[in-house]
Design a protein around this ligand. Sequence first.
Ligand code: CP
Ligand code: NVA
Length: 309
Amino acid sequence: MRHFLADDDLSSAEQLAILDLADALKTTPYRLDSFAGPRTVAVLFDKPSTRTRISFETAIAELGGHPMIMDTAISQLGRGESIGDTARVLSRHVAAIVWRTSGQERLQDMADNAQVPVINGLTDQYHPCQALADLQTIREQKHQLAGLTLAYVGDGANNMAHSYLLAGSLAGMHVRIGAPAAFQPDPEIVNRAQHLASSSGGSVQLLHEAKEAVLDADVVATDTWISMGQEHSRRDREAIFMPYAVTTALLDLADREAIVLHCLPAYRGKEIDAAVIDGPQSAVWEEAENRRHVQKALLSFLDEQAEVA
Ligand code: CP
Ligand code: NVA
């Protein structure tokens, strides 16, 4: 059974095929009815969400399926039923499972016990659906991915940084992370990204200065400094990350035609200035919309793979 637990669960060719299909689905949204019946897709949330819920719910409906959205806090999973038993029961009812949770090992446990594809709707380690939407957005704006430089500044140890490293490397991009020394990415993920980059023609650079990271970059990306579950360390983190804010002055160091991405939710005046996110170089609304298109492509791809398995 194929799952999508991390960005590198796809090959470069599969990633490209999904992006092509996502573009086609953006132009003609009802060309596929992969989940007609309707077959049900479960979308489970251990953490809050706006975009992931909206985009999966609409994506599944547009594919002819029935989205079953569940807040796990009011399920038996939330009061201690095992992930394995939940996976076994879900597999008797649904065609795929999307799950937003904390530790990657929880998602792995779900996949190990499910008989249907499992998709990562965000974990502490990765946000691979978001990275796919970001690649679709970059390609729309820049007409290529391979060879472009993507600079991510801020918390280099969070899910978005890790997904940019893997998804960008798979696509042949030059990925730069500009983050404080104590918030550099997980070395194991960096190794995987470097390995992917060595065959795709991309590269990985870990830097400590935001200015150095964004210099002449084609894409400047950032994310909240306080990811879900880190609220207790808000004050310390804000002080540490302040020099990594995407201001107009920082953006001026990037390529003149650079675009700005942010997965949202954004905190204006913290990791990104209002003038940047609401300015002419921002592609964040397109990026938010592309979640639906790319997730439709991903769901159809995994469903096809499950049928042939
Ligand atoms: N970008 C993203 O995943 O947003 P939500 O947390 O609102 O789903
Ligand atoms: N890094 C953020 C992404 C939110 C979509 C978080 O995990 O909260």
